[in-house]
Write a protein that binds this ligand. Sequence first.
Ligand SMILES: Cc1cc2nc3c(=O)[nH]c(=O)nc-3n(C[C@H](O)[C@H](O)[C@H](O)COP(=O)(O)OP(=O)(O)OC[C@H]3O[C@@H](n4cnc5c(N)ncnc54)[C@H](O)[C@@H]3O)c2cc1C
Length: 478
Amino acid sequence: MLGRYMSTTRIAVIGAGFSGTLLTLHLLRQCPTAEIVLIERNPQFGRGQAYATGNANHLLNVPAGRMSAFRDRPNNFLEWLQSTPHPELGEAPTAGSFVPRLLFGRYIRHLLKEQIRHADKDGRLELVRGDVLRMDASDSRLALELDRDRRTVADATVLAVGNFPPEPPPVADPGFYDSALYRADPWAPDALTDLDPEAPVLLIGTGLTMIDTVVSLLDQGHTGPIHALSRRGLLPHRHNGSGQPPRNEPSSYPTVLSDLVRLMRREITRMTGLGGTWHPVIDALRPITTELWQTASAEDKARFVRHLRPWWDIHRHRIAADVSDRIEAARERGQLTKCAGRIREYRETPGGVEVTFQPRGTSSLASFQVARVVNCSGPSCDYDRITHPLIRNLLAEGLVRPDPLRLGLDVTTTCAVRDRQGAISRRVFAVGPVTRGAFWEMTAVPDIRRQTELLAEHLGNMTARKAFALPALASHKP
Ligand SMILES: Cc1cc2nc3c(=O)[nH]c(=O)nc-3n(C[C@H](O)[C@H](O)[C@H](O)COP(=O)(O)OP(=O)(O)OC[C@H]3O[C@@H](n4cnc5c(N)ncnc54)[C@H](O)[C@@H]3O)c2cc1C
């Protein structure tokens, strides 16, 4: 697998979810002489965690009209949807439709296949199926070590490794986390299998992952009680469609968090006074969220993450109305209950497990008796706690470091990673949710597509300047 074109710039993209795949497509355009190698450990390129679901009731939480992979062709996804028959679609999709997520995965795979079939005539794209376990940066070229004793080399590498499974909530005796009644990864194929449909279940978390898991349980005919528990017990809001009254946006936004929160409150009061809702007030922040984040002080960022993040998430990342209806119906018939509190203890019993928790704002304890506990608490972002060998090795060798707020890796605004000492790499980059610490909102497709475009342009310029061509010294830092 060693580089076929030793004199050609070779860029390796690790991870072929949405971020890595889209970056690859942009790199092929922006780096016309470079060879791109896209490496994915899972069988399917282009799906990643979000779009690998096989459940057609797991819907996109962004309308189809805003999900194009390309900013300059805003209707590309919608046109693809409309041009191809999809058995999963009940009616013809429009720009406002919330379509199954699996269709978006199919679309990204289609773009990749088109690239390989028609555009990549000179064979500059290499797809490698494998798990990257280590990166050796001691030579003039980066050496990537993969499973099954394979290696490949690159002049620059982009970490597009995405989201990692959630962390278990801390408890005094974590022994239960090894039990067959506990599912650590809500996306694992066995998360909901072999479950008595009448048995009570506890879902840890009340966000988007919990919503998906409830939908899956209902789809498989689960009629038993479903408890959802998180520290604050906040559920994502629903999309409210269009029809907002016109509004005058503020002419400027303060960069001090307390001033910004005051302004948002005032604006929401003003909007509701006009007969509208809070939705456009939150949506107006979208184009400037990253700027606001990057100009905020370190203290304000920490304050936001500690106190406001759950509120932001439920207002900013909303769910499709159809999904919201099913969740509300399950709550109304008493099948789904949400609680706010902290898990204190698990005790396995002959019938399952008794989970003791401390309801929020009290010093008392309450408990559930359930047959299964599924961790739906959202992706783990603290790189010090991620156990994948690549991450462990990158940290151990000091090639990367976690960002100070433990939101991902420490990267610059041009997506270059910073090493243990804080030095900025000229050949290791990161893209997607990994870069949250620097950009904050780097979750949804519209944000990631812009970031991949800019990074491809940056790497294109570096390739043109031969900026990756380091002399072959014994110990280069990345
Ligand atoms: C459940 C869910 C639903 C979402 N729904 C929406 C939505 O409706 N609309 C929207 O705009 N956004 C949505 N998002 C957000 C967003 O689109 C995703 O977070 C985005 O797809 C991130 O893509 P990614 O490629 O960075 O990460 P991932 O999708 O996690 O992909 C990373 C890839 O890297 C691979 N990988 C990791 N490490 C290695 C390694 N060492 N070697 C080889 N391969 C490796 C993994 O196997 C994986 O395929 C959703 C996210 C989730 C999790």
